[in-house]
Design a protein around this ligand. Sequence first.
Ligand SMILES: Cc1cc2nc3c(=O)[nH]c(=O)nc-3n(C[C@H](O)[C@H](O)[C@H](O)COP(=O)(O)OP(=O)(O)OC[C@H]3O[C@@H](n4cnc5c(N)ncnc54)[C@H](O)[C@@H]3O)c2cc1C
Length: 436
Amino acid sequence: MKTVIVGAGLSGLTLAERILSSGADDEIIILERESAPGGLARSFHVNGYDFDIGPHRFHTFNKEVDKYLRDILDGHYVKISRKSSVHMAGKYRNWPLTIGSVMGLPFSVLWKSLLDLFNKPNIPVIKNFADFIRSRYGDNLYNYFFSGYTRKFTGIDAEQLHIDWAQAGVNRAVIDKRVKADSLLSLVKGLLLPKPVETKFYYPDSGGIQTFCDMQCSKIKDLGGTILYDTSVETLVLENGSVSGVKLINGDVIPADRVFWSAPITLLYPETGLTFINTLIVNIALKTEVHQNDYQWCYFGHEDLIFSRLTIPRNFRQDCVPEGKDSLIVEITCNSEAEMWKNPETIKQRLINDLKSVGAIRGDDIEFIDWRRIAETYPVYTLDYKEKLSSITVPDGLFLTGRCGAFWYNNMDHSIDQALSIVKGAEFRQDFWNER
Ligand SMILES: Cc1cc2nc3c(=O)[nH]c(=O)nc-3n(C[C@H](O)[C@H](O)[C@H](O)COP(=O)(O)OP(=O)(O)OC[C@H]3O[C@@H](n4cnc5c(N)ncnc54)[C@H](O)[C@@H]3O)c2cc1C
């Protein structure tokens, strides 16, 4: 069996490693567009600083995935207590909210949210993300945080998004299913807990998150697999309606009996009109330790601020920055038509001003800025995305997988879980918010 895997992200690498480890006599070749493995879980090592694509923490309740993670990392990991935050009313506040962190919110916001507890909006049928959030958190929190954050993050209004966006997005922000933050009532109950749930996540003990993928690659090569970098696949080659290979952008054809495709689904099916959001990742190296905050990442809902999240790598592992220094990872989402996507540095001054306004930098402390354009970071769940997806007919021999290949707003552990299930021939459900 000749198997071609398109994409050396977590899905592709886990599939390759598992198939080869199972002792199957497959010839496996992974084709990767970039010059390094990892996909969205790749890292950039620049002048002694390690930067990931935003915060990347491994967290799972799935025992099989947990075991797989630890087997690959082979003891080379640290376990870190999650500390995330949200910037509201000019201050950094714990996320999920704690009683201490809501104190100091404007009185009108607190009072109106309290009223919302007893006075739920009347929404007979939940038709979109806006309805879902309003029904769960009330109109006040919706207007105060979710509505603007969503418009800034996705570029479209909350009314235009499918409720699946909420299921994935809200869980994604909380990451630990024991933490109940799925409604206003849960948030209030959470405030009253004597001690918030402590969530721990894995992180490699050297380099960035990509170290995990590098370790998978070493295993794959030891087991006889081939990984070709800087190799962009253009499309599939079909014979009598079945997959017979892939065609590269240089015109070469690589024959295959089956293809696992983790590259964006839109490359194969542009006519569906499915779309992704891109992310500008701005890595900022700082000359001195400036951050008093101990959070690892923080969400910024305010629409006037250009970024939606900041990450402090030093709070993942101290040696992600050289001694005595600091750094920031800034995430700015946009679509491919945006001017800032085409010419990222045009936003430099605005970005610096915005970062100063939230106390994240001083301005004179920047050592260097490293700009990265990361395409296709989030599938956009518009109201009709399910119909668009179901219009696709997948030929024999093609397996769509992973975040972009399956158009699936997932996390790393879900990509691994999916790959493990595929190799076992098991049915895989994509509604990962109902954790197995
Ligand atoms: C900002 C951000 C923060 C995140 N934080 C977390 C987190 O904290 N915890 C967590 O668990 N998950 C997190 N995730 C999600 C996680 O990164 C993904 O779920 C996971 O990395 C997806 O892996 P994948 O292999 O499915 O897809 P991808 O990583 O997208 O892999 C697809 C691969 O295909 C390659 N490719 C694309 N086109 C072609 C082509 N034409 N030819 C050849 N190769 C091609 C790509 O370069 C890529 O390597 C985050 C994601 C983002 C964007």
